[in-house]
Write a protein that binds this ligand. Structure first.
Ligand code: IVH
Length: 671
């Protein structure tokens, strides 16, 4: 392919991918399969890798992330990001309307109503139609520049196609994590024994500040745009600005409405009071704006907020109900979660029977007594919470709730580390839900994916004493399984095939399946890519672990603790024996020589004699190993033109040998 052909194809691919992306994410339609879409994206990624000059800021490949930002630079907002005054009652809203009328000295103004989205405010600058910079609200005057992370938001245009665009403008909106994405994320965290995330808002906020934009891309954030700022804009009102934003391809929530007077605003409030729970995201009220922009100018601002807008907050629905009993759940990692079992109560459209109490501190904070009547709220959080106790209904003789001392499943004395909120059952080898939980985790869809093995079968295998560790699965015989209740010839063979197939799972899945605390799917991938073999992970020091990308102190310590345990070492040995994969498999390559055997390489920059992909293949063909990040263990960094200075500095600090393309050619005997 010539350079000109590549350039033409890159442009075609960008056009096509953007078209299908918008169709899918903004219009909920698709004309091609996911597979075909991914195919286009992979083609573009490959072309951009082969011709780095063709890589653009607005390429849809930016959406999959990859850029890592250690410290987000502070940026001063061109226009301050103010907050809104809050009201909680119709009276206060009427007063707001009176103030507007008085200041405008007329009453023919209109309002523009929107929902108040519960997410994170973001300001995004476009230059000549291209997304240039995204900054969080921060303190309102300056915020954090998180452009690489914002580019992963599929509904935020990277380049706008329109004839009549102002050269420079800013849009503002709310970044959020859709409720279904949040639920999925928490489900997967639960299965990994990780702490649950409190609510979509905090999760969205934490996600935007993550260092690795590839992880951000995985988190599927979304963004509703609600304002447009700039010097040369045509719109005369909030409503026309919103129509313009929609035309330019921004994601505008279809829930807005123009209201002729404050009465219609009240109707809007009533309309959304319960319907808002059917929306894909959390909302906590509505925002009322004077529609006309000249009117907005006349009204102006107070020190903190505009006089032309106000937020009306819905009271979160709160109901009393009887606390029947507190039960305690034991997770895979032994963590104990107290659960309030309630007299069923209808709240925000659903019947609530249970609410999490999180931990002993929460029970203490609420001052719960047995038989209390408690208030339940379904507000910002999706899981209902107990917000307080109706003391008037308390029986004076009732006793405070005392957190269980023994594990409800195996009666072992519970432990709680200094400074930690969570109690743990330390009997990891003998406590049934912990043992079954580990097996369940091992076979999970994201781990070894043995789909013919369900919760009930694990229960049977455990009860019959056949499977107490994941390694026992690989010792099961036809007789063992066919003797279980409900198993016939076909189901037995299916299960055996499922177990056999799981031996093909790649290293990162096996590593995740081991259930090391805090090592979720992404962390497992990072560890595997960085260390390549289980031995290297097992023998890594704390310092070496935290050098790996995305590995913080907590994860590093947890990995060290895991590999200290004799049982875990034995489990790995048995799984290895069974034939599971404990190293990153390099794809089959035609070995030309063993010149580079045992040496690890990282390539960075642009090269004269090779495309980056060619260079990587050449390394593999001569027996070398490729790694994706710089660490003290890296043997050689092959530095090309335009290599990032940060990479170079890191390699120098870690005393990694840095070689040129020519020196590399020398190593493999080519000139
Ligand atoms: S307009 C002067 N519209 O609420 C501020 N804000 O307290 C004008 N928010 O920081 C903001 N949904 O993060 C506006 N439809 C909406 C909104 C909205 C949520 C947030 C935003 C802002 C905060 C103001």
């Amino acid at each position: 392919m010539t350079f000109a052909q590549a350039e033409k194809r890159v442009n075609e691919l960008i056009e096509k991918i953007n078209y299908h992306n918008d169709l899918y994410y903004l219009k909920d339609q698709s004309e091609i399969s996911d597979l075909e879409f991914d195919g286009l994206l992979v083609e573009l990624i490959n072309l951009e890798q082969a011709y780095p000059q063709l890589k653009q800021d607005f390429s849809p490949t930016q959406r999959v992330g990859g850029a890592v930002t250690k410290n987000f630079p502070n940026v001063v907002h061109k226009y301050a990001m103010l907050s809104l005054g809050n009201t909680y009652s119709h009276e206060e809203l009427e007063e707001f309307d009176k103030r507007v009328k008085k200041l405008l000295e007329r009453d023919d103004y209109q309002y523009f109503c929107e929902l108040k989205f519960d997410g994170v405010a973001l300001s995004v600058t476009y230059e000549n139609g291209v997304l240039k910079q995204a900054v969080t609200r921060g303190d309102g005057t300056k915020g954090d520049e998180i452009t690489a992370n914002a580019r992963t938001i599929r509904t935020l245009p990277l380049k706008i196609k329109s004839e009549s665009l102002p050269a420079l403008f800013e849009v503002r909106g709310e970044v959020f994590m859709p409720n279904n994405v949040f639920h999925e994320l928490n489900k997967s965290r639960e299965s990994q024994g990780e702490a649950l995330l409190a609510n979509p808002r905090n999760t969205a906020s934490g996600t935007l500040k993550m260092q690795d934009s590839a992880v951000v891309a995985d988190r599927k954030l979304d963004c509703y745009i609600y304002s447009l700022l700039g010097e040369e804009l045509n719109s005369t009102s909030q409503s026309t600005a919103m129509l313009g934003l929609e035309k330019w391809g921004f994601n505008v929530s279809p829930t807005y409405r123009k209201c002729a007077n404050i009465q219609e605003v009240f109707e809007y409030i009533a309309y959304w009071e319960t319907r808002r729970f059917e929306l894909p995201l959390e909302t906590d009220g509505i925002v009322v704006k004077v529609d006309n922009l000249d009117d907005q100018q006349i009204l102006g601002f107070t020190a903190k907020s505009p006089r032309w807008a106000i937020a009306f907050k819905y009271q979160s629905e709160n109901k009393p109900t009887l606390l029947k009993e507190i039960t305690y759940q034991v997770g895979r990692t032994g963590a104990i979660t107290p659960v309030a079992n309630l007299e069923p109560v209808l709240l925000a459209g659903t019947t609530v029977k249970r609410a999490s109490l999180h931990n002993a501190n929460e029970i203490e904070r609420l001052g719960l007594c047995e038989g209390d009547t408690v208030f339940i709220e379904k507000g910002g959080e999706i899981i209902p919470k107990v917000t307080g106790v109706d003391l008037a209904k308390r029986d004076p003789k009732s006793q405070p709730v005392i957190f269980v001392k023994l594990c409800p499943e195996c009666q072992t004395t519970l432990e709680r580390k200094d400074g930690e909120a969570v109690h743990y059952c330390p009997n990891s080898k003998g406590c049934p839900p912990q043992i079954k939980g580990r097996i369940q985790h091992f076979i999970h869809r994201n781990a070894l994916d043995i789909d013919s093995l369900g919760g009930r079968t694990i229960e049977q295998l455990f009860d019959s004493g056949l499977v107490l560790t994941p390694a026992d699965l690989y010792r099961l015989t036809y007789e063992d399984i066919s003797n279980l209740e409900g198993f016939k010839d076909l189901s037995t063979r299916n299960l055996l095939t499922g177990i056999e197939n799981s031996k093909k799972a790649p290293f990162e899945k096996v590593l995740f399946a081991l259930g090391i605390r805090y090592v979720g799917r992404t962390v497992a991938e990072k560890l595997a890519q960085h260390f390549l073999t289980i031995e290297r992970i097992a023998t890594a020091t704390y310092e070496e672990l935290i050098e790996a990308p995305e590995i913080g102190e907590r994860i590093a310590q947890s990995v060290l603790d895991f590999f200290e345990e004799e049982d875990n070492k034995a489990l790995i040995a048995q799984l290895k024996e069974a034939g599971l994969c404990f190293e990153v498999k390099q794809e089959a390559v035609n070995l030309i020589s063993n010149e580079l055997d045992g040496q690890s390489f990282l390539v960075s920059g642009v090269f004269q004699n090779f495309s980056r992909e060619d260079l990587k293949s050449t390394i593999k063909e001569h027996g070398g190993k490729l790694v994706s990040s710089i660490s003290g263990k890296l043997d050689y960094l092959i530095a090309g033109d335009k290599m990032g200075p940060a990479k170079l500095e890191k390699a120098q600090n870690l005393n990694v040998t840095i070689i040129s393309e020519l020196e590399f050619l020398d190593m493999i005997g080519r000139k």
